[in-house]
Ligand binder design. Structure first.
Ligand code: C2O
Ligand code: CU
Ligand code: CU
Length: 506
């Protein structure tokens, strides 16, 4: 790793409103770049994909993204439990997809799906380099798969559309965390029903922690100063059910109810001065642009696949569906009277904090700076060898003009050999929409966006990247394992509608 640990780096200036680098990509001036245009069905989702920077051009096109309701801070945020290691079994962990019910609303029971429980799943924690056997079981009435999003595992156990586990079946697989510490996640991936299964509650966190003995001093006490935050939006019918078939939208199902770790109206009590949050955009389609309610800066330390090249001070962070980021927030300068919350761009309160610090001294965390460039000159100038064209909307979405076919290999790449993929989001006459593009089996680097080097908060390993209409994004892609892997738009309804292809790694 190209990391030099600097001396202790006091974080207390963060809330003092220090001016940070603006790490969000500036929108360009083209009206097309306004992210999004929906279909013609009047349920479009304009703004769905805007980057949320101030100064977005006003030219929103027709369509509608329901605003989220602010959290009233009524319930303590639920923290997904840590998945416990099995004793005396021939596997280390067990993950079961099952049906359940959840009381999102007082006194009302909503049918949901969960892993080892009623909703969402326990957090699977691996250490860098660790190998574990995991028993996966399908207790649902329908086929499912177990996909380890961001984990570089062989194609057979990646849990993509090929990895079907029939109702009642189990399988034991070996997962190896042969990659840097990172915030990953797991979810189902059945072609055609991924969106519905995720919508009903199937998602969990998969964390790779630094191997013991590493010199990182980042907060890492799970549930205490290291908190996973799964952001999702949900739409309920009049009976407060997650009636996907009725509520779904072909361009991405959006809701007006914000849930964080499955909790509606959450609040989080803060007991440590410096907190690390692992943010996952677990929504089917919605983009989130996060800020702090007092406008203060925070520090982004990691992207999808691990620590950034260098930490980034910012006051805004946009995550498209499936993207992750780790941030540090310093609460040490806050008085009891001040209030603070994570909000989204419109000012909706997503997660209010209740600061209850014991009289602890202002803390510090060790941050780093890199000595080598993020990309070498040679990497920056490698020729493009794979071209991907994203196109369309609703059920007319395609990649390179085609829809997903499980029996067709769209491209091949040699194991361990680095290639440059160029992802082009071709606009149509209506402007097109942004697509979060994801590749299985790899953590890539963004070489450039329309020829320009990525912003500092995208200078780290990634497995998903938001591509705006008309934009060309170059990626440096290496597959460490063999097998067939899918790549697709992570708007789950686009994925289910065939905006997906397959690469065979040989
Ligand atoms: Cu989050 Cu194909 O995956
Ligand atoms: Cu994935
Ligand atoms: Cu898409």
């Amino acid at each position: 790793m190209k990391k030099v640990i600097l001396g202790s780096f006091a974080l207390s200036f963060l809330l003092a409103g220090c001016i940070g680098t603006d790490n969000t990509r500036q929108p360009q001036d083209s009206p097309m770049n306004n992210g999004h245009m929906g279909g013609q069905d009047g349920r479009n989702q304009e703004g769905l994909n805007e980057r949320g920077m101030g100064g977005m051009p006003g030219a929103r096109m027709a369509g509608f993204v329901p605003s989220l309701e602010s959290s009233e801070g009524i319930r303590e945020l639920s923290i997904p439990p840590v998945l416990e290691k099995q004793q005396g079994q021939d596997f280390d962990y067990e993950v079961t997809a099952q049906q359940g019910t959840t009381e999102f609303f007082e006194g009302i029971s909503t049918d949901t799906y969960g892993y080892n429980g009623d909703l969402l799943g326990p957090t699977l924690m691996l250490e860098e380099g660790e190998r574990v056997d995991v028993k996966i079981t399908n207790d649902l009435d329908e086929p499912t798969t177990f996909h380890w999003h961001g984990l570089e595992v062989p194609g057979e156990i990646d849990g993509g559309p090929h990895g079907i586990i029939q109702p009642g079946d189990s399988q034991i697989i070996t997962l190896e965390a042969d990659q840097p510490a990172a915030t990953l996640w797991y979810h189902p991936h059945v072609h055609g029903t991924t969106a519905e299964q995720v919508f009903k509650g199937l998602s969990g966190m998969l964390l790779i922690g630094e191997a013991s003995g590493s010199d990182s001093e980042l907060p890492d006490e799970y549930g205490v100063d290291d908190i996973p935050l799964i952001f999702q939006d949900r739409l309920f019918d009049e009976d407060k059910q997650l009636n996907y078939r009725r509520l779904m939208n072909l361009d991405g199902t959006l809701g007006d109810i914000s849930i964080v770790n499955g909790t509606i109206n959450p609040k989080l009590t803060i007991t440590e001065p410096v907190m690390r949050f692992r943010l996952l955009n677990g929504a089917n389609a919605r983009n989130y642009t996060f800020r702090l309610s007092n406008g203060a800066n925070f520090t982004q330390i990691a992207s999808d696949g691990g620590l950034l090249d260098e930490p980034v001070e910012t006051d805004t962070l946009t995550l498209a569906a499936s993207e992750r980021a780790e941030i540090l927030i310093d609460f040490s300068a806050m008085t009891k009277e001040e209030s603070l919350a994570i909000i989204n761009e419109e000012g909706t309160i997503l997660l209010p904090f209740d600061v209850a610090l014991a009289d602890s001294p202002a803390d510090s965390a060790e941050l780093w700076t890199s000595e080598e460039p993020f990309l070498t000159q040679q990497e920056k100038t490698m020729p493009v060898s794979k071209e991907i064209e994203l196109f369309g909307m609703a059920d007319m979405v395609t990649i390179n003009g085609r829809k997903f076919d499980m029996d067709r290999i769209d491209m091949r790449q040699e194991q361990g050999v680095t290639e440059v993929w160029e992802i082009y989001n071709r606009s149509d006459m209506m402007g097109g929409m942004s697509h979060p593009f994801h590749i299985h089996g790899t953590q890539f680097k963004i070489i450039s966006r329309d020829g320009k080097e990525p912003e500092p908060n995208e200078q780290g390993l990634k497995d998903s990247v938001l591509v705006e209409p008309g934009e060309r994004v170059k990626l440096l892609v290496t597959f460490p394992e063999k097998g067939v892997f899918v790549f697709h738009c992570h708007i789950l309804e686009h994925e289910d509608n065939g905006m997906m292809g397959q690469v065979e790694v040989y």
